[in-house]
Write a new protein. Sequence first.
Length: 311
Amino acid sequence: YIHCDSSFQHPLLVDIILEDTFEDSLQNNKWSIFEEIVGGSSCYSHGLSQLKFTKRSSQMGSIGIEVIANYNYSKYSNHNIAGKHVTPYYNGTNIFLVSTLIPEESYEGLQTGPEFSIQNTRIMNGHSSTSIAAIQYITSKYITNKWKIWMETSPGVATWEEVTGEVKVTYAYHDEFGINKTTYTQSTLPVLDPNIWYEMVLIANYTSNRYVSFIIRKFTDRSDIRISRKYIKEKVTYKIDLSHIAIAYEPRNWQTAVVVTLESENLWNNCGIGGNFSGRVYYDNVALYNSHNRKNKAYHYYVKKNHLWIE
């Protein structure tokens, strides 16, 4: 268990379901590849995905994971799903944390990514039911609506829909004079820059089967701004309330379990007509926490030194 510092207004008790920094080779072997043939299209193919555990894909430490789609630049589209079984199913609030980066050399070769999900399969009324909470970033320059969410559109049915709603933005920078903070709102989540690490938090309640919130944090050292020979350090946090969005109970007949996924897909090319593309996304510091007894409120969770805090 982890417990917040009692000085915080809302202490939270959680179960640690997964904490993976990819430093353990035995744990890395538990990540597996599933290649999705999206929509049954003949332009997608198998045997084109790779997972690599490398230094360059590490945010901190020495190893991260590269999720690579169409590694050999074939004429096909390839959707790479890196999945890990982490537990039997869980109800309550699930907090999924992911650090991710799109390498600049791969930016033009991606259709989607980062993309990640919690796939919770339970027995409901005597039948297997899968509830998937998932976020997808559309990297392709040909698509302007960048953020999608896997949401219920009718009973038992879910599809990718655009993420909409007011986004609360907190901009903070730290210089030699202290921390300065500004808060404002905007209508969309941000466009992701290449070669920048982002920390993302997806919160879903599997008791109510609804989303709670989604948070993105961007950290940068501004080498273009100096104060007394010191660089300014910036942090931008984007937060959107998703509590109005339902998660579907899908009849997929999967094994009872919780699976987390990290995904990528190379740029759509219409079976090679538009050229051959490969895409990769870096992921690190993946964690899943569960709280059984919290109400469905859009609290702001984050991990620091193996402790879970609420801002």
